[in-house]
Design a protein around this ligand. Sequence first.
Ligand SMILES: Cc1cc2nc3c(=O)[nH]c(=O)nc-3n(C[C@H](O)[C@H](O)[C@H](O)COP(=O)(O)OP(=O)(O)OC[C@H]3O[C@@H](n4cnc5c(N)ncnc54)[C@H](O)[C@@H]3O)c2cc1C
Ligand code: HEM
Length: 404
Amino acid sequence: MLDAKTIEIIKSTVPVLEVHGQTITKTFYQTMFKNHPELLNVFNHANQRQGKQPAALANAVYAAAAHIDRLEEILPVVRGIAQKHRALGIRPEHYPIVGENLLAAIKTVLGDAATEAILDAWAKAYGVIADVFISVEAEMYREAEEKKGGWRGFRRFIVDRKVKESEGITSFYLKPEDGQAIASYEPGQYITVCVKPEGQEFTHLRHYSLSTAPGHPYYRISVKREDAAGDRPAGIVSTYLHSRIGEGDVLELSAPAGDFTLDQTKDLPLVLISGGVGLTPMVSMLETALQSGTKREIVYIHAARSARLHAMNDQIAELARTYDHLRAYTVYETPEAGDSSDKTGYIDLPWLKTVAAADSDFYFCGPVPFMKTVRRALKDWGVPDERIHFEFFGPADSLEDTLS
Ligand SMILES: Cc1cc2nc3c(=O)[nH]c(=O)nc-3n(C[C@H](O)[C@H](O)[C@H](O)COP(=O)(O)OP(=O)(O)OC[C@H]3O[C@@H](n4cnc5c(N)ncnc54)[C@H](O)[C@@H]3O)c2cc1C
Ligand code: HEM
């Protein structure tokens, strides 16, 4: 437990560090990767270059420090981050490395303002925060391993089938190489792929939501190819999976993780809204809800640019024909000749009101502009936060910045 003096120093210096937040974390990452280049095997380089992860980590450390005397209040947030850490294989021995380099960065950026007492207080506070993460993650590693069909770390899976779903999205059906059982998962969870494409110096880790209901002898992920466009380089892992990985190849995966999951205890109408490749967790949730035998009304809305880029359309149309309590809608941004949809342009509140009820449980996932529009519409409609659930395909923290 921290003493009162330390807590006081931490609370009074959080605002100071927040002012220098970005500078401190940039300095921190630069020195940490210089001293420990092996950590470039776990950090996402694109997020680093775009400043997304530095912002996420900085904000999390300050938020935790601001709650240093009542860390239990931020445990749900810690769990969400810990899920990602567990999926990436972050270990207790990594924490002192982050701690030392963060302290050194605080010292460099604050200069003379960083007194012995301040540095000492932050070293202690970081130790307390790190211990919370380490113990939450230890429990998650244990759960993932002890679950039926579960495992620790990365396990080898063979690509059993590779199926094109639309112009940009391809599904990979993955079976364990050892032929043993695989862990079940909650609809909405993701697995993490570890690859080392030819010519790349480091391994690259990426999360992919599972895109079917659980209960199969395989995992299915559906990946959008991130091609180069203008100044933007091609995505490393998605293009590697699309162009280099085929049936019979091996991919290493960590066990399913994530806290964006379908609450199946509710009987309110369920509204699943996706944009582009954000349909992956929604399809898993939809299939699971239908298979559960629930009679709750389900509205499935998918937004795509046009029919060419619309994945799993036939599968969803078939489900809508089979289940009376499912209604499926399509929104095309720029339909092409012959495309048919329920709406063109973007999803908006007046249209949403014609297909769904405000008194529903809403889940959504998609690109940032889409997420902004949907969240704004739900807020304007008066849907309370506890019935708004979303997943963001990037560092969660950067979403708050971009959505607000
Ligand atoms: C929980 C979760 C679930 C996910 N589920 C799915 C899923 O089901 N399906 C799916 O397809 N994806 C999913 N993702 C996204 C996925 O993890 C990857 O982020 C995605 O495949 C891109 O990875 P990449 O290696 O191809 O691109 P990266 O190399 O990581 O690059 C990411 C993007 O940044 C751009 N970029 C790279 N460098 C720069 C730069 N210097 N300046 C500007 N732009 C740059 C790239 O062009 C690319 O568009 C999920 C992510 C999360 C967090
Ligand atoms: C108390 C200390 C730590 C805090 C508060 C913290 C916080 C965070 C946060 C907020 C995220 C973003 C989560 C998201 O994507 O939604 C994150 C991701 C991540 N963290 Fe940590 N972290 C800590 C320690 C560590 C350590 C010790 C390591 C390993 C060296 C680590 C490695 C990573 C990696 C690799 C990611 C994924 C981000 C990416 O590659 O873009 N973290 N962390």
